[in-house]
Design a protein around this ligand. Structure first.
Ligand SMILES: [Zn+2]
Length: 406
């Protein structure tokens, strides 16, 4: 398939249009279940007969279609019936977080057919880091065993502010003289679609997760930081430029702490892995006891160790996580009053703390939400695991080519 993807994503050229039409033909045939004729295709796509013949011939020579018979007609002309050969499409999928990069190959049902994760990675806004990212993507693609010809494009979920329509990443790799999506599309020779990591996670929840049949939902991505995806009227909300859902920078937090964004009182300063590490170490230095081993070099305990300790019954860890749950719930109650969602999904690394988090979140919410929106909102915990964001990044590709719908 790569042969028809030589154009850059940024230029919506005739070639890109041609490619979309071809994918549409594949969709029409696959929905039909057996096979269709060129006149059927022309009618469905509203294209002329010469264009229809050209596209079908190309798909046939590229190995996607074969003739399986002739259609009986009254006037004697018997158009050929085309069916799909057994072809699978894939998306190359990349998730770049502050301390982790994951590269995978995802099929159109958002199953992960291959992935590799690097946890000794540190995201830096430097050309060297971008080079490392490119090298890792190329290495993984080579190791995946999936032929490049069946990869439709690359979906990238990256932390920070992203303008999904233009492919700009404003927080990381912003030193390029072109949008990050366009740059990667040129260097990797593949169409690239990008969005914020949390929005990708939200998409995965919407397409295959717990928000599948829900029209109004808030999806919390709670790991090292706090991210939020909104689903309103059955659609993921990007906002005007793509910056919607920054609940972590709403002023629901401690008014003394300064956030990375430069403001005081951001909720993300109080809720998330960073904040958990900080308050855990503060309490330890104040003399509180814990079963967690404290590093002797003065460095902080990692938040995932604190989460594990809480699950094993560590009193201090449980107490801190529950305090955090209450603060998150209190902030969510305000959002409930604004948006009246039917469902809140808590995902990310904290999702596994379901039994510890649910009650404090509910208590926090009841302190700020109105009775009616509160009574009509369920809280669920994501079951997509660590690869939710990666699957959602792959979904960007399939969504573009209309092979899946939100
Ligand atoms: Zn902030």
């Amino acid at each position: 398939m790569k042969a028809i993807f030589k154009s850059n994503f940024s230029e919506i050229t005739n070639e890109t249009r041609l490619m979309q039409q071809k994918l549409r033909i594949i969709q029409v045939i696959s929905q039909n279940g057996y096979g269709v004729t060129v006149p059927d295709i022309c009618k469905e796509l509203k294209i002329s007969a010469p264009t229809g013949i050209k596209l079908v011939n190309e798909l046939q020579s590229e190995g996607f279609l074969s003739v399986v018979g002739k259609k009986e007609t009254l006037n004697g002309r018997k158009p050929a019936i085309y069916a799909l050969k057994n072809v699978n499409f894939y998306a190359l999928s990349v998730e770049i977080l502050l301390k982790r990069i994951t590269v995978g190959v995802i099929d159109s049902k958002l199953n992960t057919v291959y992935y590799r994760q690097k946890t000794d990675f540190v995201l830096e806004n430097t050309p060297e880091c971008l080079q490392d990212v490119e090298a890792f993507i190329i290495e993984c693609l080579g190791n995946s065993g999936v032929g490049e010809e069946s990869i439709l494009g690359m979906g990238l979920g990256i932390t920070g502010r992203v303008i999904n329509e233009t492919g700009d990443s404003l927080t990381f790799f912003n030193f390029l003289d072109q949008p990050l999506g366009e740059y990667l599309s040129r260097t990797l020779d593949i169409p690239v679609f990008l969005n914020n990591d949390t929005r990708c996670f939200g998409m995965a929840e919407k397409i295959i997760g717990k928000a599948k049949d829900v029209n109004h939902a808030i999806i919390i991505n709670l790991s090292r930081g706090l991210g939020t995806s909104l689903i309103i009227d059955n659609k993921i909300v990007n906002g005007g430029m793509g910056f919607a859902g920054e609940m972590g920078h709403m002023q629901f937090g401690n008014k003394e702490k300064i956030c990375l964004c430069g403001k005081k009182g951001c909720l993300g300063n109080d809720v998330g892995g960073y904040s958990l590490e900080e308050s855990f170490m503060d309490r330890v230095y104040e003399g509180e006891k814990t079963m967690v081993e404290i590093p002797e070099d003065g460095s902080s305990v990692r938040y995932d160790e604190i989460l594990m300790a809480a699950l094993k019954g560590d009193d201090l860890s449980i107490k801190l996580i529950q305090e955090m749950g209450y603060r998150l719930g209190h902030a969510l109650g305000n959002i409930l009053n604004l948006l009246n969602p039917e469902l809140i999904i808590i995902g990310g690394k904290f999702a596994k703390l379901k039994t510890l988090l649910l009650d404090p979140v509910k208590t926090g919410m009841s302190g700020s939400a109105l009775v009616n929106p509160l009574q009509n909102c369920n809280i669920e915990f994501s079951e997509l695991g660590d690869l939710g964001g990666l699957k959602g990044a792959g979904a960007l590709v399939f969504e573009y080519f209309e092979l899946i719908k939100q």
